[in-house]
Structure formats: structure tokens, C-alpha cells
Design a protein around this ligand. Structure first.
Ligand SMILES: [Zn+2]
Length: 144
């Protein structure tokens, strides 16, 4: 069965995500400047893991990286209070399993990311993230 959320074939997205995380943490060239994108994009495509505020927060993060070209360290500093869960006023993750958006036809999924070398990898992560952001910005009234 394909993933009911991102549409990945045989629901291989979760396994793939774990593999890519292992790759990023074992090789700094893969972690590169894309680690935040990998995580945020995966979360965005699996909205049942997030609260509505959390989903919108991840989408905004992606926009700041991709459109405003803010560096991960700048965003970390800017969002320090927000991501410090002690001070954050809303929850990011949700365990109720309810999806924020019903979209299942994403143009790209994590399975489109190739891993031959770090350059290809980082390029593909960015392409996947851009595509997902575009899809996510077009859901509008589908947000519950
Ligand atoms: Zn999926």
C-alpha cells in the first residue's frame, strides 16, 4: 500500500527517512546545509504527526530556508525561544494521528532523493523541499 500521506510507493518513506538520517549523521558532507530541510519536508508531508500550529510552523521554516535564504544557524537563533519547548506556546508534534491536510499527491517524495554522492544528495533534498513547499502553499482551505 502506498503511504496514505505522501503517496510513496509501498510506504517506503519512513524507512527511507531513517536511512537518510543515518547517512546525514555519519557523513558531514551529507548533513551539510540540508539537514533541516530533510526533517521539515518529511514532517510537512506527514501531517498526522503534527498539530496544526506545528504544521504551519514547519512550513514557515521551509519558506525561510528556501525563499528568504536564511541560514540554519540564523533561524536557530531567531527561533530559540520558540523551539525551546519550555517557552513555546504551542505543541509541534501530535499523537492523535489526525492529519492536518488531506493532500496525498505530492509532486515529489523522499523516494525521489538520490544518494550517489553528497552533491547530488543536497541538490535532490533542496528540489524535494522546494516542490513540497509549493504543494503545501497551495493547500489553502484544505487545512483543518
Ligand atoms: Zn509517506
Amino acid at each position: 500500500m502506498n503511504c496514505p500521506e505522501c503517496g510513496a510507493v509501498d510506504s517506503l518513506c519512513r524507512t527511507r527517512f531513517d536511512e537518510l538520517m543515518a547517512l546525514e549523521f555519519s557523513d558531514p558532507a551529507y548533513f551539510g546545509t540540508v539537514h533541516n530541510l530533510t526533517v521539515a519536508t518529511f514532517m510537512l508531508q506527514h501531517s498526522s504527526k503534527l498539530t496544526k500550529e506545528g504544521w504551519l510552523y514547519e512550513r514557515e521554516l521551509l519558506r525561510e530556508f528556501l525563499v528568504e535564504n536564511k541560514s540554519p544557524s540564523f533561524i536557530r537563533k531567531q527561533n530559540k525561544d520558540l523551539v525551546d519547548s519550555g517557552k513555546r506556546k504551542f505543541k509541534i508534534t501530535s499523537k492523535d494521528g489526525k492529519r492536518i491536510i488531506s493532500k496525498t499527491t505530492w509532486k515529489k517524495t523522499i523516494l525521489d532523493v538520490r544518494t550517489e554522492n553528497a552533491e547530488v544528495y543536497c541538490g535532490d533534498i533542496k528540489a524535494w523541499a522546494r516542490s513540497a513547499l509549493e504543494d503545501a502553499e497551495n493547500v489553502g482551505d484544505k487545512i483543518k
